[in-house]
Design a protein around this ligand. Structure first.
Ligand code: SAH
Ligand code: SF4
Length: 346
């Protein structure tokens, strides 16, 4: 990608915007479908490769537009099968994505920002602050790069927006990218297989609840009361837990769908039986399931991972109280690819 070029990056356009562009060339609607397929299904790198368009039109289109790509600077593989991609953006910033195999699923975890501004105390991405928002093209190119590396070996079955960044802090670009992930002529993912994870930016959640596009929702809870949550997640001072839970309670969900609440377990901070009991209470009435994530430790973080016994006891209290609670294995930890470990470092 050439950041100095003022050409339009075709991957930054919604299908409706692409259609508008093409109609300005006097082109028919079905051309939009053809181009979407070239971009996202065949993964071409130039307009020149779109051989069902006339040579003349390819030249015209190529004159005003480009097709950006992301090539990994490095791909690391972990013994558990997890693979981590490091990408260099046009302006020198770095981002990461992670491919996580799990039985019959292959999940791709995408970044939506370079860094993150929210500064959760247990998260390495947050420690390094926000560099900038990613463009829709930069979000989509992570999917294309992973697909290219997999070379048909296995299809990506699920997408989670849980990599670097807070998706709702980059609202428009993230939603644009999601629309293309769902579009039948682009990636054609089912909306049940895309999960957006947020630390709870309430204006964004409010807006998301009114969108035509529906994806699965995950909320990073990490505490059972205001005091602990504010200590761990500064965002809670602005958007308190009680308001977050209120929005969750009224969030439109499909039939039988639930909100996933993520809960990073920190020894002696939020992992007591009392915390679990409080958690049961505050989630009453919200169709929920809980992902318990024992902290992925790092010398730069001031917390510790609780013992397995403590984790199991916490889980047991939740299950006995009727909540579905899963302990998420810290996949990819050995290559620093697990939750909260993405920093874009080389
Ligand atoms: N910003 C969004 C999505 C990216 S963070 C969000 O916060 O939801 C993805 C998940 O990683 C969050 O649920 C967060 O709670 C978790 N996480 C962050 N740091 C972690 C760490 N050190 N160990 C385990 N999980 C962590
Ligand atoms: Fe940002 Fe999510 Fe990390 Fe918090 S947990 S700092 S919101 S990436």
């Amino acid at each position: 990608m050439n950041p100095l070029s003022d050409k339009i990056d075709l991957k930054n356009l919604l299908p409706s915007e692409l259609e508008e562009l093409l109609s300005s060339f006097g082109k028919e609607r079905y051309r939009t479908i053809q181009i979407l397929r070239w971009l996202y299904q065949k993964g071409v790198h130039s307009v020149e490769e779109m051989t069902n368009l006339s040579k003349r039109f390819r030249q015209e289109l190529g004159g005003i537009s480009t097709i950006s790509t992301l090539h990994p600077l490095r791909v690391e593989a972990s013994r558990d099968g997890t693979r981590k991609f490091l990408f260099g953006l046009g302006d020198g910033n770095r981002i990461e994505s992670v491919l996580i195999p799990d039985k019959r699923r292959l999940t791709l975890c995408l970044s939506t920002q370079a860094g993150c501004a929210l500064g959760c105390r247990f998260c390495l991405t947050g420690k390094r602050g926000l560099k900038r928002n990613l463009t829709p093209a930069e979000i989509l190119n992570q999917v294309l790069a992973a697909k290219e590396m997999l070379a048909g070996e296995m299809p990506i079955t699920n997408i989670v927006l849980m990599g670097m960044g807070e998706p709702l802090a980059n609202y428009e670009n993230t939603l644009k990218a999601i629309e293309l992930m769902l579009h039948p002529d682009a990636f054609n993912f089912s909306s049940r297989r895309i999960t957006l994870s947020t630390a709870g930016l309430l204006p964004g959640l409010e807006r998301l609840s009114k969108e035509r596009i529906q994806v699965r929702l995950a909320v990073s809870l990490n505490a059972s009361n205001e005091e602990i949550r504010s200590r761990l997640m500064p965002v809670n001072r602005r958007y308190p837990l009680r308001n977050l839970l209120e929005i969750c309670r009224s969030f439109p969900l499909r039939r039988r769908a639930r909100i996933t609440f993520e809960y990073v377990l920190l020894e002696g901070v939020n992992d007591s039986v009392q915390d679990a009991t409080r958690l049961l209470k505050i989630l009453k009435g919200i169709p929920s399931k809980i992902n318990l994530i024992p902290l992925n430790e790092d010398p730069d973080l001031p917390f510790h991972r609780p013992s397995e016994e403590r984790v199991s006891r916490f889980q047991e209290v939740l299950m006995k109280g009727g909540l579905m609670a899963i302990v998420r294995a810290g996949k990819g930890a050995e290559i620093h690819a697990a939750c909260g470990q993405l920093q874009g470092k080389e």
